[in-house]
Design a protein. Sequence first.
Length: 84
Amino acid sequence: MRLGVPASADTGSPIATTTDGHPNPIVWILGAEGDNRLHAFRGDTGEPLYASEPLSGLRHFQTLIAIQDHLYVAADGRIYAFRF
């Protein structure tokens, strides 16, 4: 477990986003082949902020894609989109 990240969420590749490049960092990670949820944590404290419903078709070391105010997750036969 790292900075409050549950072991079930520790199998995806994390990314970080900010509101304008500096304050309010959020670390996003997928529990791919674990709990299969998208998790968000405060970048400065590790405090959990969000956990999605389980997503199907995720694979180990899955990487999120952040574009403007959306996160995208490619899975088997589908793409999940989240707005932040």
